[in-house]
Design a protein around this ligand. Structure first.
Ligand code: NDP
Length: 254
């Protein structure tokens, strides 16, 4: 009986989360961590250590591997995935979560603010998806989850660069889903609404009541609200879901 059960136990899993040092990425790393799972996660700033996330992963019995990798750099991303492939031979799940904002009204937006946001959010997602696709196609299995945003669907004044990058992620998700489906690789996006993290702390402080008035469920989201959906999309229960955008926004956009 026992040996039968062992033969059906799932193989060790390799999870990769970009921008895993804090906020939504940290919650995603924690949610995927369990014994037999290795969680590779990256971040940008050289001062970031990823220690808190690594502690969360270890506490859940997983193996954390933090790395400083700029997702906007094709060379760094290639090196990152080569290391993962050499060490584990596979990637089961990639969550493209790293993202930045550089907000201003369109007429005041600097070219560099446009370029930076598109480079990190959209090109970064492309770089990592491309790097992992070869491996997943060979495995004939993979789950790619891209973090978009409600504003990628609705637009938002003051966020033309960010909204364009997040809308671009939706187009990328749908195209990659079509290209990779025949080999058992699904690609989906999550579009969070307003989630309380460092990225939104300042605006939340200034506009709390205004923000809450736009959310039918009358609270802002938590990183865990998003992480739970990422785990679902990587689970067997979501095997027949690909090319979709799952909104996690408390009803902010219906
Ligand atoms: P945070 O600012 O809290 O965290 C961003 C993470 O991305 C950090 O780990 C940061 O690393 C990393 N990062 C930034 N640039 C790069 C880069 N070039 N290469 C690698 N890593 C990078 O953001 P959130 O947790 O709030 O957001 C996570 C994702 O969710 C983003 O894509 C965001 O656009 C999206 N989102 C967030 C919403 C919200 O309300 N918070 C709503 C909708 C979508 P470091 O620690 O080094 O800075």
């Amino acid at each position: 009986m026992n040996s039968n059960r062992n033969s059906h136990s799932p193989p060790p899993r390799t999870i990769v989360v970009t921008g895993g040092s804090k906020g939504i990425g940290r919650a995603i790393c924690k949610a995927f961590a369990r014994p037999g799972t290795t969680v590779y996660f990256n971040f940008l700033s050289p001062e970031t250590t990823g220690l808190e996330t690594a502690r969360d992963i270890s506490a859940a019995g997983g193996i954390p591997v933090p790395m400083c990798v700029d997702v906007a750099s094709e060379a760094e991303v290639t090196h990152f995935f080569k290391k993962i492939s050499d060490e584990t031979g596979r990637v089961d799940v990639l969550v493209n979560n790293a993202g930045i904002t550089k907000d201003s009204l369109l007429l005041r937006m600097k070219e560099s603010d446009w370029d930076d946001v598109i480079r990190v959010n959209l090109k970064g997602t492309f770089n990592c998806t491309k790097a992992v696709a070869r491996l997943m196609l060979k495995q004939r299995y993979g789950r790619i989850i891209n973090i978009s945003s409600v504003v990628g669907v609705t637009g938002n004044s003051g966020q033309a660069n960010y909204a364009a990058s997040k809308a671009g992620i939706i187009g990328l998700t749908k195209s990659a889903a079509r290209e990779l489906a025949s080999r058992g690789v699904t690609v989906n996006a999550i579009a969070p609404g307003f989630i309380k993290t460092d990225m939104t702390a300042e605006i939340f402080e200034k506009m709390e009541s205004d923000i809450l008035s736009q959310i039918p469920l009358a609270r802002v989201g938590t990183p865990e609200d998003v992480a739970g959906v990422a785990v679902f999309l990587a689970s067997e229960s979501a095997d027949y879901i690909t090319g979709q955008v799952i909104h996690v926004n408390g009803g902010m956009y219906i």
